[in-house]
Design a protein around this ligand. Structure first.
Ligand SMILES: [Zn+2]
Length: 287
């Protein structure tokens, strides 16, 4: 077992030098590699524990109080106990340990070191667990946002075709103006008001079309045709790809109208027109 472990670790020994505190350091002094290793293992973040314990034990011995068990100090508490204090002791020679005193100190060091290491390990484990839970929570939150965005794309949300309008004629209304019931939704706005693509698509028809006046047809990804009619100006050409909110023309009074407006038709699959109003609602906007 021991041999197996030694064999197993031998490649690592070939490239690193083990310091007395147990922290591995690369022989070549490549600090970057060492830091990466310590980040990978959070339990390596507490190398100061043995150093502190060592300083406590030595300080206690110097002050004459050898009851160091449990980490309590009877005397010598006026001396600095930071890990940096260990550096100020050049070595144990200066303290003239007798044999019995040295053994007692060594035993106290072992027991208190173990107690502190256990406590530190528990604290570190709790901290790691907390970080893991926090990260898990963040990932769930991100997944939620991604799902929401995916839902929006799937719903294919639309925008309104113009601004500063009021609705003047609904789908299905009858009037002496039309040979049959109204086939679209009318957004009345001053002549020249921009008309915007309500969704991403490609322009499949432009030009004058009798009662419809200047008409642009945009075909959406799902095959639905959107007709924009009565324009004073057409700003796109057939085959042009447009993204939602791109200006494609201007409101006008061309064709059979009583005033400037953009007449919107929605034709699923390029077939018969359906009521645009619920179609807008379905796609997330209220005209
Ligand atoms: Zn109309």
């Amino acid at each position: 077992m021991g041999n197996h472990r030694a064999d197993h670790r031998s490649p690592a020994r070939a490239v690193v030098d083990t310091t007395p505190s147990g922290a591995a350091r690369p022989v070549g002094g490549r600090r970057k590699a060492t830091r990466r290793q310590s980040q990978a293992n959070p339990f390596r973040k507490i190398p100061a524990v043995p150093t502190i314990v060592g300083a406590v034990a030595i300080v206690a011995a110097a002050g004459g109080a050898l009851g160091v068990g449990g980490g309590e100090l009877q005397a010598g508490q006026n001396l600095a106990l930071s890990s940096g204090a260990a550096d100020s002791f050049s070595g144990t020679d200066a303290f003239n340990f007798s044999g019995a005193d040295a053994r007692s100190v060594a035993i106290s060091r072992d027991s208190s070191r173990q107690a502190l290491e256990d406590a530190a390990n528990k604290q570190t484990e709790a901290a790691v667990e907390e970080v893991a839970q926090q990260r898990n929570s963040e990932l769930q939150s991100l997944a939620g946002l991604a799902q929401k965005r995916a839902d929006q794309i799937a719903k294919n949300l639309w925008v309104l075709p113009t601004v500063g309008y009021h609705l003047t004629a609904r789908f299905g209304q009858s009037s002496g103006l039309w040979s049959r019931n109204h086939t679209g939704l009318d957004f009345a706005a001053p002549s020249g008001t921009p008309i915007y693509a309500i969704a991403n698509g490609v322009i499949t028809s432009t030009g004058y079309d009798g009662a419809y006046g200047n008409k642009t047809v945009e075909t959406l990804a799902d095959g639905t045709e959107i007709w924009y009619c009565h324009q004073s100006e057409i700003g796109v050409t057939v085959g042009q790809k447009v993204v939602q909110s791109t200006q494609i023309g201007r409101v006008g009074s061309s064709g059979n109208v009583t005033g400037p407006h953009v007449h919107i038709e929605v034709r699923p699959g390029g077939g018969d027109p359906v009521d645009p109003y619920p179609a807008f609602i379905y796609h997330g906007v209220t005209p």
